[in-house]
Ligand binder design. Structure first.
Ligand code: GLP
Length: 241
């Protein structure tokens, strides 16, 4: 495990974007695993800037997002499809049919999970999986519990997760109760994982995840088993490491 602590978000975002740029440069058909939430916004901004300055292309890249809310259409401002368009996909040249996000509006969400896993299988392993960290230790929307699922599945969001994400909605009632998420098995199969964590409210959970027991009650702790885990944290989040 490689842990890097940064004094500024600017430096962290730039360093994280460089890892992604490096992959885009070194592989003809890179497969990116992408994340949403507040944490990666600056990374995507830095990435867009480098791509335009250095005229890099993502024309042959594939992208798979971790998750999507059930019941939110891509036109909804809080859907992850909308987020990705705003923060990354609308600014790079990756063709739409190469960027994948679970369909939160699928008539049968369980069928949608199978479809997503099929696409992932066809793409081969994810080269670089970008991850944020939930306050309760969730990864994607793999919530703490007695067990974790290997593949893409429908989850009922914990109240803590809904409350943490309520800041993006006008009222708590609007926060979806379910989501579709890539499973922990798929995430751990990625060739490399880049976990990015910001803010003092994540210091406890980050330290437990990286130095405490490996348990499904703290999904991020499973990342300790990954052979190529890079953690980038700001001073506040890394305070207890
Ligand atoms: C959501 C997403 C996660 C993300 C987490 C933390 O629940 N499903 O993928 O890591 O929020 O988000 P933030 O970066 O906004 O704290």
């Amino acid at each position: 495990m490689d842990i890097r602590i940064f004094d500024s978000h600017e430096a962290l975002d730039k360093a994280a974007s460089e890892v992604m740029v490096e992959l885009a440069r070194s592989k003809e058909r890179p497969v990116f695993g992408l994340a949403t939430g507040g944490t990666p916004v600056g990374i995507y901004q830095a990435l867009i800037q480098v791509f335009s300055e250095e005229r890099l292309s993502l024309k042959h890249a594939l992208a798979f997002n971790l998750d999507e809310y059930v019941g939110l259409p891509p036109s909804h401002s809080q859907s992850y499809a909308y987020y990705m368009l705003q923060h990354l996909f609308g600014h790079v040249d990756m063709p739409p049919d190469q960027r994948h996000i679970p369909d939160g509006m699928a008539r049968d969400p369980h069928q949608e999970c199978l479809r997503y896993d099929q696409l992932l299988a066809e793409a081969g392993r994810i080269d670089l999986q970008l991850l944020g960290l939930g306050h309760n230790g969730h990864i994607g929307f793999n919530e703490p519990g007695r067990g974790l699922e290997r593949g893409t599945h429908v989850v009922s969001l914990q109240e803590e997760t809904r409350e943490a994400n309520a800041r993006f909605f006008s009222e708590m009632e609007e926060v979806p109760k379910q989501a579709i998420t890539m499973g922990m098995g798929t995430i751990l199969q990625a060739r490399m994982i880049l976990l990015v964590v910001k803010g003092k409210d994540k210091a406890d959970v980050l330290s437990s995840a990286l130095t405490g027991p490996i348990t499904t009650e703290l999904p991020a702790s499973l990342l300790q088993t990954h052979p190529h885990l890079l953690v980038m944290a700001d001073r506040e989040a890394g305070a207890q490491l």
